[in-house]
Design a protein around this ligand. Structure first.
Ligand code: FES
Length: 68
């Protein structure tokens, strides 16, 4: 779905940015243009970015030793 109508940025674009290391709205704006115009998408874009980044957190070492 389109998150940023002004700049044609989708939720998929935001997730891809997060997967490639983007961790903040300023960086997301530089990479995709999201939020660079009216700004009404910033809250949703930030939410998608944060949710995706949280899912990408590395597994703690303690968890790896339990799984082995
Ligand atoms: S909807 Fe994203 S800047 Fe306007």
């Amino acid at each position: 779905m389109y998150v940023c109508i002004c700049n044609g940025v989708t939720d998929r674009d935001i997730r891809q940015a997060a997967e490639s290391g983007c961790r903040g709205m300023t960086e997301l704006t530089m990479r995709t243009g999201a939020g660079a115009s009216c700004g009404s998408c910033i809250e949703m874009a930030t939410s998608i970015l944060d949710e995706t980044a949280a899912q990408l957190q590395p597994v703690p070492l303690e968890m790896l030793s339990v799984a082995a």
